[in-house]
Design a protein around this ligand. Structure first.
Ligand code: PLP
Length: 345
């Protein structure tokens, strides 16, 4: 079979959730937007619900619908985009809780779905989503009369624990929610790791569940094994791949594996950037990553491998991210649809 295999370790996912939860005294929800950071929101949601997660967050209502179908009634599903035009039916039929972002959304929500649960997103300085102080002051009493289930905001710099923006946003959040006896949430993975002051009533980690930084103690969740389609011998001086990206300096063996940048293995991962593993043995990528294929120098292996692994315990999503000049989030969410996916645990 020439399909690369993406294996997701649901036990590791659950362990990451439990270990993050153990760092707090509050509820730990799970962010499963973008199809569970590319890893399958339904599977992730089912595994975490079984482990005890009671609340999930998605980006848009349609993601909430898919998640509800997968996990069934019971756990809460909240929508960061809030209540967008045309969402009322989905929010109602699939019991989704919009995190309202503006006065407009608030009016839309109270008019079309009176009595339906909602939360409120406040902007504490990121200037991306949520109500600013003046807007919140204007609508606060109306909002409170309708009983929001959560007041939330989001940190811009929580992956940098020393960044002064963290304390600044924390203070803004305290100011905006002072004296209100309502559940509050400020922290994603980074904020959770900043300590108790940032936890409030609910933390909402995403990337840490999936094995990514800033949760340095995360267990890897995704493993990627690439089948070897061909192995060839090269004489010194022969070249490999587009642009003659690699030249043999010695008699060499090159393995061609079936995955490329169309599968989310960014073109920036060419020669010198990452290794591909035969068991424990690292083998360098030779030349450029092409759309469907990667060439690997396996000269130093004593046998011909049938598979090589590019994502594993030794080489995490963050290693690939560093090499490609991006972040683990983008590596995960770029993993394509061509993989044969399997789940352990
Ligand atoms: C994506 C997101 C999260 C989760 O962030 P991680 O850094 O992946 O833990 C939490 N809250 C909001 C509003 C988000 O957009």
């Amino acid at each position: 079979m020439t399909t690369a295999r993406l294996t997701l370790n649901l036990d590791a996912l659950v362990t990451n959730w439990r270990n993050l939860d153990a760092l707090t005294n509050c509820e730990t929800a799970a962010v499963v937007k973008a199809n569970g950071y590319g890893l399958d929101a339904g599977r992730v949601g089912k595994a975490l619900a079984k482990a005890g997660a009671r609340n999930f967050f998605v980006a848009i209502a349609e993601e909430g619908v898919a998640l509800r179908r997968a996990i069934g009634p019971g756990p809460g599903i909240s929508v960061f985009a809030g209540h967008m035009e045309g969402d009322a039916k989905l929010l109602r039929d699939f019991q989704l809780t919009p995190m309202l972002n503006s006065l407009d959304q608030m009016l839309r929500h109270f008019e079309s779905l009176p009595g339906h649960p909602f939360g409120v997103q406040l902007d504490t300085g990121m200037n991306r989503l949520g109500m600013e102080a003046a807007e919140w002051a204007a609508v606060r009493d109306i909002a409170l009369s309708q009983g929001p289930v959560l007041l939330m905001s989001h940190l811009a710099c929580s992956d940098a624990s020393n960044h002064p923006m963290n304390a600044h946003q924390l203070q803004n959040f305290l100011d905006l929610t002072e004296g209100l006896d309502l559940p509050r949430s400020l922290a994603a993975t980074g904020g959770l790791l900043l300590g108790r002051n940032y936890h409030f009533d609910l933390c909402r980690p995403g990337i840490g569940l999936y094995g990514g930084l800033p949760f340095g103690d995360a267990l890897p969740v995704a493993q990627l094994d690439l089948p070897v389609i061909q192995i060839r011998s090269l004489d010194p001086g022969e070249t490999v791949g587009y642009g003659n990206g690699w030249t043999a300096q010695r008699p060499s063996r090159i393995a061609t594996v079936a995955a490329g940048y169309a599968d989310g293995l960014h073109r920036a991962l060419g020669s010198g950037q990452v290794q591909v593993y035969a068991g424990d043995t690292p083998c360098p990528v030779a030349g450029r990553v092409s759309m469907d294929l990667i060439t690997v120098d396996v000269t130093d292996l004593s046998n011909d491998p049938s598979h090589l692994s590019i994502l594993n315990e030794r080489q995490t999503v963050d290693t690939l991210a560093d090499a490609a000049g991006t972040i683990g989030y983008e590596i995960l969410t770029s993993l394509g649809s061509r993989y044969a996916r399997s789940y352990t645990g």
